[in-house]
Design a protein around this ligand. Sequence first.
Ligand code: PDD
Length: 281
Amino acid sequence: RIAYVNGAYLRTADAGVSIEDRGFQFADGVYEVCEIRNSYIVDLTRHLDRLDRSLSEIRINHPMSRKALVGIIRHVIRRNHVKNGLFYMQVTRGAARRDHVFPAAHTPPTLVVTAKRTDASLIARKNADGIRAITMPENRWDRVDIKTVGLLSNVLARQDAKEAGAQEAIYVDTDGKVTEGAATNVWIVDKDGVLRTRPADHGILRGITRTTLQDVATKIGLKIEERAFTVEEMLAAREVFITAATSICFPVVTVDGHTIANGHPGSTAQKIREAFFDVAE
Ligand code: PDD
């Protein structure tokens, strides 16, 4: 595999950043993950717009023009022969002697771009069988709307999910309302057939898949309400599903061991998934 690191294309095994990189020392950086489907990058513009926003929220200079960045992304995808998979890009505040305050203004940001193939059969199995989730108290900082690489809470949450035999952890705020998953946005289809998801305030990441799904659902005539829901409402829902670039619309069939509806993936999630790629392209 080939990675782009600060101006060079290197074999992944030979690629690296400085031990003084602020991404390594402080998680002082932001990232994006995008899906590649049939050699097409799904929702690229929206991902690049969100990267710009994340950079400006934490005051990191953009490493280069959008045109140059897209050129690198396409090159990395091609060099890795990825037709269906994901690409990852990370920008940090660069390398400097360890000090919490920002380094000198001329310090160049670090840019890393990688790409990998994904296992289509594994994704198909999750869509067909659904996944299991657990809930856990929200314990992250109050700017999770910024897509930073500071993901320790999310890492621990996913590991707890795995150790409980589940695939996702769903955060719940102090009002008993769902915020989002460790690496996904969470949706329900309520008893009236209305799609519900939490408003994109500072309490969640405004997922690109979430935004595109809103377009898709509207197009196929589904009613959507951006309104937070409680764990009880989730357990009583007709359907629960999660969205991310890595998992466009995975049905959730159990939460904390409670079966959702009849325990099988619902028809709404399936309908949305089928319609998704017409709109995303
Ligand atoms: N995560 N919420 C969180 C906390 C996330 O980390 C992600 C994505 C999402 C969904 O965003 P999008 O639809 O733009 O992928 C929501 C990526 C995939 C990751 O960390 O691997």
